[in-house]
Design a protein. Structure first.
Lengths: 294, 285
C-alpha cells in the first residue's frame, strides 16, 4: 500500500476559491476585507513571507497594506501604529511579522493588537479561547491549516488516537487543543519524551512539528496512519526536508503530506480565512454589552 | 504493595503555613491581600462555598468581602460590580461564584475580570498564558494537583502523564502545566475508545471525569502516582472519586483519597492565587 499524498497546494487553491466567494458577498455589502502587515527590520525570510501574504490577499480579493519600520525602531511608534490600525475601519486583520529584532518585546506588541483583529491568533485572549474550545476566535494559522487538510481529506478525528510531536506555543500545543475539541484522544510529545516510538506507533493521526529532519521513520508509524509533516528543514545540500522520512513512511501510511507542498501552502491560506472571518464578524457585530478586560 | 496516601488536608496545611510567611512579608510592605467574591442568587451550595472561602481568608490573614446581587440581575449589573472591583486597589483577587443564573453570560462575564485579579484563572488571557508556557494565575484545581505532586516530590520531567477528562477548568489546564514541566501528556476523555491502553502506561495518572469507579487497579501501571479529581455522590450518600480506591491503592505508589484529597487543596489555591496577585501588584514576582 502506498499513502495518498496530500497536495497542500491543491487544497489551498480549493479553500481560497471557497473564501473568494465569501469575499465577493462582503463586497456586495460594501466591505472589502483588509489586512495590515507590520514588518520591522529587513530579515530576508520575513520579507519573503510578507510578499507571499500580500500576493495571497490580492488573489482572493482582499485589501492589504504593509507597514515597514527600521530595524532600530523603538517600541512606541510601532504600538502607536497598531493602535491606529485597531481603529481603522478598512482594516480587519493585523499581524506583526515575526521574528522581531531582539530589543522589541514580542508579547507587548502582540498584546497591543485588538482581539477582534488578531488574525494570527497569537493574542493570549485568542489562545485562551482555544483552551475553552470557543469557536468564535482566530485559530493560529498553521494548526488551523492542518485541521483544514484533515477535514478536506475526510480523515476522521473523533475518537481517534492523535499524537502531536513538538510542543511549541504556535503549533504543537494549539494543535493539540483544537483536536481535543474535535473529540480526539491527544498525546503531546516533545524533546523530553523518553520513548517517542511508544507514542507514535499508537497514532491514527500523527502530526510532526519538531524541526528535526528524519525524526520519524517507518517503524515508528502505525500501518494506515495519516501522517502530517509540519517540519520544514533546510538540509546541508540545500534541499528542503520535513521531520518525516517521506520515502519509507509513505509505504506504511494511508495519507502523508510532502515537504514542500503539504502544510506550508495552507498557512497563508488560513491567514486569509481568518481575515475574511474578521470582516464578516465585524459586519454583523452588535454593540458589546460587556467589554473584555485585556 | 499499598500506595501511600497523598493527604490533601496535610498538604493544604503546609501550603497555608508557607502562605503565612508571604502574607507577613506583604504586611511589612503595608499591603493586605484582598479577595472580593461575587455571589448571585440563592444557590445554597454556592453560599456554602463562599462561606468556606471567606473563612479561609480570615484564617490566613487575607481581607475578604462578598458582593451579592439578586438572582434576576442583568449582565450589566454584574459587569458594573466587576468593573468597580477591577479598579479597587484594596482588592487583588476577584471571583465570580459559578454557576450563574441562566440569563447571565458566564463566559463573557469571566472575561470582564481584569486578568491580574482573576484568581480563579478562568479569564482567557490567563488560560492563553498557560499555553504560552508562562502561567500567571492558574485555575485552582489543576494548581492544587500540581502542588500535591510537588509536595510529594513526584518527578514530572520525562514522565508519562495521562489526564482523563479534558474540561477547560481541570483537564486541559493540567495537561498544559504538565507539558510545561516536561511530562509527555496524553489527554483522554469519554470519547476515548480504549482508555486502558493509555492508563496502563501512565507514571502519573490524573482522573477528572465525574464517573465513579471509571479507573480500577487493573488499568494502572505498578507504582504509578494516581490523582483522583472526581467527586461523586453515590445513591446511598457516600462520596467517591473516579478511581476505585480499594483496587487502585494496591497498585499505585501514591494515591489521593476522596474525600480528603484534591478537594482539600482548591480553596488553599484560591488564597495562594490571591497572595500571588497581591505580590505582583507591588512588584514581587
Amino acid at each position: 500500500m502506498t499513502a495518498k499524498i496530500i497536495d497542500g497546494n491543491a487544497v489551498a487553491r480549493h479553500v481560497r476559491a471557497q473564501w473568494k466567494a465569501r469575499v465577493e458577498a462582503l463586497k456586495v455589502r460594501g466591505t472589502t476585507p483588509g489586512l495590515a502587515v507590520i514588518i520591522v527590520g529587513d530579515n530576508p525570510g520575513s520579507k519573503v513571507y510578507v510578499r507571499n501574504k500580500v500576493k495571497a490577499c490580492a488573489e482572493v480579493g482582499l485589501h492589504s497594506e504593509t507597514h515597514e519600520f527600521g530595524a532600530d525602531t523603538v517600541e512606541q511608534p510601532v504600538i502607536q501604529r497598531i493602535e491606529e490600525l485597531n481603529r481603522d475601519p478598512r482594516i480587519h486583520g493585523i499581524l506583526v511579522q515575526l521574528p522581531l529584532p531582539s530589543h522589541l518585546e514580542v508579547r507587548r506588541l502582540l498584546g497591543a493588537i485588538s482581539i477582534e483583529k488578531d488574525v494570527d491568533g497569537f493574542h493570549l485572549y485568542n489562545v485562551g479561547g482555544l483552551v475553552v474550545g470557543e469557536n468564535n476566535i482566530f485559530p493560529p494559522c498553521t494548526p488551523y491549516g492542518v485541521q483544514c487538510l484533515l477535514e478536506y481529506e475526510n480523515i476522521p478525528i473523533e475518537g481517534q488516537n492523535v499524537v502531536v510531536v513538538g510542543a511549541s506555543n504556535i503549533v504543537g500545543k494549539p494543535m493539540a487543543l483544537m483536536l481535543m475539541a474535535k473529540d480526539a484522544t491527544v498525546s503531546i510529545c516533545h524533546i523530553k519524551t523518553r520513548d517517542l516510538a511508544q507514542y507514535t506507533i499508537l497514532a491514527d493521526i500523527l502530526i510532526v512539528a519538531a524541526g528535526c529532519p528524519g525524526l520519524i521513520t517507518a517503524p515508528m508509524v502505525k500501518r494506515g496512519a495519516a501522517v502530517i509533516d509540519v517540519g520544514i528543514n533546510r538540509l546541508p545540500d540545500g534541499r528542503l526536508s520535513g521531520d518525516v522520512d517521506f520515502e519509507s513512511v509513505k509505504l506504511k501510511a494511508s495519507y502523508i503530506t510532502p515537504v514542500p507542498g503539504g502544510v506550508g501552502p495552507m498557512t497563508v491560506t488560513m491567514l486569509i480565512c481568518n481575515t475574511v472571518a474578521a470582516a464578516e464578524r465585524n459586519a454583523t457585530k452588535h454593540a458589546e454589552k460587556i467589554p473584555v478586560a485585556v | 504493595m499499598a500506595g501511600t496516601l497523598l493527604d490533601g488536608a496535610a498538604i493544604a496545611h503546609q501550603v497555608y503555613s508557607q502562605l503565612k510567611e508571604r502574607i507577613r512579608e506583604l504586611h511589612v510592605r503595608g499591603v493586605q491581600p484582598g479577595l472580593a467574591a461575587m455571589l448571585i442568587g440563592e444557590n445554597s451550595a454556592s453560599r456554602i462555598y463562599i462561606r468556606n472561602k471567606a473563612q479561609a481568608c480570615h484564617d490566613a490573614g487575607v481581607y475578604s468581602e462578598v458582593h451579592r446581587l439578586p438572582a434576576d440581575c442583568s449582565d450589566e449589573q454584574v459587569y458594573a460590580t466587576l468593573n468597580h472591583l477591577n479598579a479597587d486597589p484594596r482588592i487583588h483577587g476577584i471571583l465570580l461564584q459559578l454557576p450563574l443564573p441562566p440569563q447571565l453570560d458566564s463566559e463573557r462575564l469571566l472575561q470582564a475580570i481584569a486578568p491580574a485579579k482573576d484568581v480563579d484563572g478562568f479569564n482567557w488571557v490567563n488560560l492563553g498564558a498557560m499555553v504560552a508556557g508562562r502561567t500567571l494565575l492558574a485555575p485552582c484545581t489543576p494548581l492544587g494537583v500540581m502542588t500535591m505532586l510537588d509536595h510529594a516530590r513526584v518527578p514530572i520531567e520525562g514522565r508519562s502523564a495521562v489526564v482523563v477528562g479534558r474540561s477547560a477548568i481541570v483537564g486541559k489546564p493540567l495537561a498544559l502545566m504538565l507539558i510545561a514541566r516536561g511530562a509527555t501528556v496524553s489527554v483522554c476523555s469519554s470519547k476515548t475508545p480504549d482508555l486502558r491502553q493509555y492508563t496502563s502506561f501512565a507514571d502519573i495518572l490524573i482522573v477528572a471525569v465525574g464517573s465513579p469507579g471509571l479507573v480500577d487497579g487493573s488499568m494502572i501501571k505498578q507504582g504509578a502516582v494516581v490523582i483522583d479529581v472526581g467527586i461523586n455522590r453515590l445513591p446511598g450518600g457516600k462520596l467517591v472519586g473516579d478511581v476505585d480506591f480499594a483496587s487502585a491503592s494496591r497498585v499505585a505508589s501514591r494515591i489521593t483519597p476522596v474525600p480528603g484529597g484534591v478537594g482539600r487543596m482548591t480553596v488553599a489555591m484560591l488564597i495562594a492565587n490571591t497572595v500571588t496577585a497581591a505580590e505582583r501588584s507591588v512588584g514581587i514576582t
